[in-house]
Write a protein that binds this ligand. Structure first.
Ligand code: FCB
Length: 445
């Protein structure tokens, strides 16, 4: 007998506006930092832009049909700020809201519960021109956008996420520069992270007031760190990684402020923090969204004197993205979150894998590695449920192959294959299997 998940468990797929919508110039949508970044030569490995992505602006019915075909009862997607307030500040664009109205209604009609992310990275370019998230006034602009969106959809949408992955927004976009807006400045990155956390905290009560009875949370990406060997130096390297990637974001959300050793380690790059900020960032939430893909294995060959390196341990278990499949880290992560912070509820808001899928002569997409990846992570989830972690849903990243940020179309994460020549979506074998799991609410073969 297959092991069952709790009743009422949400089985979903996750997407993000810029990765699927296309229609960048339609119905009054404004330019975003990702429009600009993707149009800059060299930024996207395979050279695509967000146009047409999977053209979900027009083809959302096909996406909903896929959810139905799999029998999923939830869908996580994001609303695009530039459709709703195209200039970042200024007039609200009714046509943008109308689109999300249609999407929400189509989902509800298909008995799919909408989970909406308010910020999945598409910042209006007009705001970036004034400093973007490094400028504190962007917080006010964000709150206006949140208010307008929740006012329109909040009668039907009862699961809201303020931000997707503040680490990516701040560090990946402003320190590492691999994502828009492509900066290389740690001090700016940490200030951005801080403003995002404050914006999150201020948005929570607005969402609650505007959408009575709604659940509100934030989505953080976690990369649990392990030492490559048992040397003290490797343990220290893993600890530093963990503090910077994980604790730096979850501690403020849970009312602990920034971790002391992380703060000291950042020296003069630390952000400016106004008196009430940490209290604001700690607004009580109903759930934590956990995005988990892989772990980091940390090594410090020079014992603190040189550069620390992060490498992967098991080269035989890498996905096409180069990320190691390591389900045990999901267990360790969830048990740590539970014992350390005791969240009322946790959703796995993203987990999944990219592989170089092709359509076989039989017309199918045989992707046993993706199926194993998901299966092993679901089996791990069952163990965490046994251990008492309140996981209430699992969202696979992603519904269809789509515009995978800096990787463009080269990274296929979908449960469905996208034939970009025709925009035809074809469920992969893993997607069919995932649908059977969702329908059975159990880990079936
Ligand atoms: C996460 C993002 C998501 C997707 C996956 C692969 O960091 O939230 O949009 O790109 O990675």
């Amino acid at each position: 007998m297959a092991k069952r998940f709790p009743s009422g468990f949400y089985w979903g797929a996750a997407t993000a506006s810029f990765q699927i919508e296309g229609a960048l110039r339609e119905d009054g949508r404004g330019e975003t930092i990702w429009d600009r970044f993707a149009a800059t030569p060299g930024k996207i490995v395979t050279g695509e832009t967000g146009e047409p992505a999977t053209d979900s602006y027009h083809l959302y019915h096909q996406d909903v049909a896929l959810l139905r075909e799999m029998g999923l009862n939830a869908y996580r997607f994001s609303t695009a700020w530039p459709r709703i307030i195209p200039g970042g500040t200024g007039p609200v664009n009714a046509l943008g809201l109308d689109y999300y109205d249609r999407v929400v209604d189509a989902l509800l009609q298909a008995n799919v519960t909408p989970f909406v992310t308010l910020y999945h990275w598409d910042l209006p370019q007009a705001l970036q021109d004034r400093g973007g998230w490094a400028n504190r006034t962007t917080i006010d602009a964000f709150l206006r956008y949140v208010q307008a969106t929740v006012e329109r959809l909040g009668d039907r949408v009862k699961h809201w996420m303020t931000f997707n992955e503040p680490w990516c927004v701040s560090i990946l976009g402003h320190e590492i520069g691999e994502h828009a807006p492509g900066m290389h400045d740690r001090r700016v990155a940490l200030q951005v992270a801080h403003h995002v956390l404050v914006a999150h905290g201020l948005a929570v009560p607005i969402i609650r007031q505007t959408s009575p009875g709604a659940e509100v949370g934030i989505v953080l990406n976690f990369t649990p760190a392990y030492p490559a060997t048992d040397t003290q130096a490797d343990w220290a390297a893993a600890r530093e990684f963990n503090v910077r990637h994980n604790v730096w974001f979850v501690d403020p959300v849970m009312g602990r402020g920034y971790p002391r050793d992380g703060w000291a380690g950042y020296g003069t790059d630390v952000p400016e923090v106004l008196p009430d900020d940490m209290e604001v960032a700690a607004a009580p939430i109903d759930f934590l969204g956990v995005n988990y893909y892989t772990r980091a294995v940390c090594h410090d060959p020079a014992g603190g004197a040189g550069r620390r390196v992060v490498n992967r341990r098991d080269e035989t278990r890498l996905t096409a993205r180069g990320w190691e499949s390591y389900p045990q880290a999901l267990y360790d992560l969830l048990l740590w979150l539970q014992t350390e912070y005791a969240f009322p509820k946790i959703y796995i808001t993203e987990n999944g894998a990219a592989y170089d899928d092709v359509v076989a002569p039989d017309g199918r997409i045989h992707d046993p590695l993706r199926q194993s990846y998901i299966r092993e992570h679901l089996a791990t989830l069952l163990r965490t449920l046994d251990a008492g972690v309140p996981v209430a849903g699992y969202f696979c990243w992603t519904l269809t192959d789509n515009f995978e940020w800096a990787m463009g179309r080269s990274s296929r994460f979908g449960l469905a294959y996208t034939d970009y020549a025709t925009q035809r979506r074809i469920l992969k074998e893993s997607g069919k299997w995932f649908g059977r799991v969702a329908r059975a609410n159990a880990l079936v073969d």
